[in-house]
Design a binder for this molecule. Structure first.
Ligand code: 9MR
Length: 314
């Protein structure tokens, strides 16, 4: 579908895979990868053929990397990073801080003990992967849904409103070469939640708090469709001086409707010069966290879904 869209603007040179098509446009096309699927030949065949960026789907989360306080386990995450490096793919690290998928010990502490644990966690993990990560999701999903425009209540938020700033400064110190991103969902269009993220990015840029990119998860279905102002929203963030990335794309549906929606997302990214790439949240429909919604680009057998006919993507 990426190739189909690229063909609209660049008929002669459209690449034949998602990754090569994206690279022709100076961008990447990535997938979320699960370490336990790296022994599935069909899965790995598609991954190696089509993608040039990888996000570990769960393996770099706090519960996976620091199951006991101060004891770090990187086996599964390292397998993904090493697979990526061997096959010429870059890596998006996901996610250093999040209210979800925390180890039990972190859920049971609070205040300065939790703040210290967060700082140590970021320092250790980012240092372990120093030089190997294109971009880190430093903070994931820190804003509340709905119209409040406020922070999400969480144990991390209760350590003090400056926790996001501290997380970014800590990550920068541990790997000055990695791009540091804020990542969230339901921020794909302009709304109270994305306005709140926008205000923080604007504030960070004004005060010199290190932030390089904003990730838009882009989990779409009929209840949460591709917003009409998707491109405009990406552009207003880019105008703040950060890269924008589509980080967890999936679109429930099938057939032409689904293909058209993927095309809309790809065209929105291509239209924003600081939109540096797109990552889909899984490879085959059966690999998805929303498998029943068949939201990905390859069916359960690993076949490419049909691209949008050019006549329907003006
Ligand atoms: O795809 C991930 C799934 O395997 C996990 O069970 C789930 C646990 O919360 O997390 C999923 O990935 C999430 C991502 O880390 C953050 N944004 C929402 C994603 C889908 O839930």
């Amino acid at each position: 579908m990426f190739a189909a869209t690229v063909a609209v603007t660049s008929t002669a040179s459209a690449g034949t895979t998602l990754g090569t098509s994206a690279a022709e446009q100076g961008r990447y096309f990535g997938a979320a990868v699960a370490a336990n699927k790296l022994s599935d030949a069909t899965y790995v065949g598609i991954l190696n053929r089509e993608f040039n960026m990888v996000t570990p789907e769960n393996e770099m989360k706090w519960d996976a990397t620091e199951p006991s306080q101060g004891q770090f386990t990187y086996t599964n995450a390292d397998r993904i990073v090493s697979h990526a490096q061997t096959n010429g793919m870059r890596v998006r690290g996901h996610a250093l801080t999040w209210h979800s998928q925390q180890p039990g010990w972190a859920q049971n502490i609070s205040g300065s003990a939790l703040r210290q644990a967060m700082v140590n966690h970021i320092t250790q993990v980012v240092t372990h992967y120093r030089g190997k990560i294109y971009a880190w999701d430093v903070v994931n999903e820190a804003f509340a849904d709905g119209g409040s425009g406020g922070r999400r209540d969480s144990n991390l938020q209760r350590t003090g409103n400056d926790w996001i700033e501290v997380a970014f400064r800590t990550a920068r110190a541990a790997d000055p070469g990695a791009r540091l991103c804020y990542n969230d969902y339901n921020t794909d269009g302009q709304n109270a939640k994305s306005n709140a993220v926008y205000a923080v990015v604007q504030d960070f840029k004004a005060r010199g708090v290190p932030i390089d990119c904003v990730g838009f998860q882009s989990h779409f279905n009929t209840a949460s469709p591709v917003p009409g102002d998707y491109q405009a929203n990406l552009q207003r963030f880019a105008n703040l001086g950060v890269d924008v990335q589509i980080t967890e794309l999936d679109i429930e549906g099938s057939g032409t409707t689904q293909a058209d929606n993927y095309g809309r997302v790809v065209r929105a990214c291509l239209a924003v010069s600081r939109c540096t790439g797109i990552t889909v949240w899984g490879i085959r429909d059966t690999d998805s966290w929303r498998a029943s919604g068949t939201p990905l680009l390859f069916d359960g057998s690993g076949n490419k879904k049909p691209r949008t006919p050019r006549s329907s993507t003006p």
